[in-house]
Design a protein around this ligand. Structure first.
Ligand code: ADP
Ligand code: MG
Length: 291
């Protein structure tokens, strides 16, 4: 037994490539020797350019894929143990990019109740869980609506509510904001942070928006199936050169802060937005010349 929520040992995942007749023609190593551990209650962000292996890694945490080599443990359950499949999926819930593919109910509250209903819970408890889950993502006032009347950010929050209604200890969000406008993105990130802060749920947020990773306790940057960087947001975002080499879109403000730092300005910590930079410069110069 360990105290870890997630434990990954030398994970390798290879997809088999096939031609039109279904014959194997080769293989792609999508995850290549990943080692990582996540403690209960941590907020982890996983960054990386397209094709770096983030989704493949995420699917292992939910036993949707199984290792070609290595081991994945979720709350001390080995994902390849058949007997644990249901427990693993209930422990580590998954939210995907497109909310339209995840919402099945005709009414919001009914959609959120599907998971608990499938768990065979008594009706009273199902409704309690629907109430608390909608509250946790700030969607209780929309409970009687049809999901197709909601904005993208609202729909994604309904998907999150559907997952947390099953009382997972860990939630994995695979680019949950990729299809959303800036307002929807903010709503979803706020909801994810609240689950971590208030409900103490372990959160693994996969994203390619660097601004969304700033709230994480730790960041993993993936590249070619490997973990290329790990550290706190301040550590990760201060190595701009490396981030660019890993093909991540570094925000303008971060680049500018990095240039100023190189010129000798004592800018400390992560600068990810114009506001961060203004705050830093104001602290340095007392707000005289920053207008
Ligand atoms: P990311 O989520 O970071 O964009 P993925 O895990 O989706 O990365 O993909 C990693 C690599 O594996 C890519 O080269 C991708 O083309 C390949 N890949 C992903 N899914 C499959 C699949 N079902 N079959 C074959 N190759 C795949
Ligand atoms: Mg992906």
């Amino acid at each position: 037994m360990t105290d870890l929520m997630i434990r990954i040992k030398n994970l390798i995942h290879e997809y088999i490539e096939r031609d039109d007749d279904g014959n194997a023609t080769g293989s792609i190593r999508a995850v290549d020797g990943v080692e990582l551990s996540v403690a209960p209650g941590e907020f982890i962000a996983v960054l990386g350019h397209n094709g770096s292996g983030k989704s493949t890694l995420a699917k292992h945490l939910n036993a949707l894929l199984f290792p070609t080599e290595g081991e994945v443990w979720v709350d001390d359950m080995l994902t390849t143990d058949d007997g644990h499949l249901w427990d693993i999926r209930q422990t580590a819930g998954m939210v995907f990019q497109n909310p339209d593919n995840q919402i099945i109910g005709q009414v919001v509250e009914e959609d959120v109740g599907f998971g608990p209903e499938n768990m065979g819970l008594p009706t009273e408890e199902i409704w309690e869980r629907v109430d608390e889950s909608l509250k946790a993502v700030d969607m209780e006032k929309h409970r009687k609506k049809s999901p197709n009347k909601l904005s993208g950010g609202q729909k994604q929050r309904v998907s999150i509510a559907g997952v947390i209604a099953m009382h997972p200890r860990c939630i994995i969000l695979d680019e949950p904001t990729a299809m959303l406008d800036p307002k929807g993105r903010r709503e979803v990130i706020r909801a994810a942070r609240a689950l971590n802060d208030v409900e103490k749920i372990t959160v693994i947020l996969i994203t390619h928006y660097m601004e969304e990773a700033i709230y994480a306790d730790r960041i993993f940057v993936m590249d070619h199936g490997k973990v290329a960087m790990t550290g706190s947001p301040a550590e990760i975002f201060s190595d701009v050169e490396k981030l660019r080499a890993l093909h991540l879109d570094v925000p303008q403000a971060t680049l500018l802060a990095d240039m100023l730092r190189e010129k000798g300005l004592p800018i400390r910590g992560a600068v990810l937005s114009r506001d961060d930079l203004v705050r830093q410069l104001t602290a340095l110069y007392g707000g005289q010349d920053t207008k």
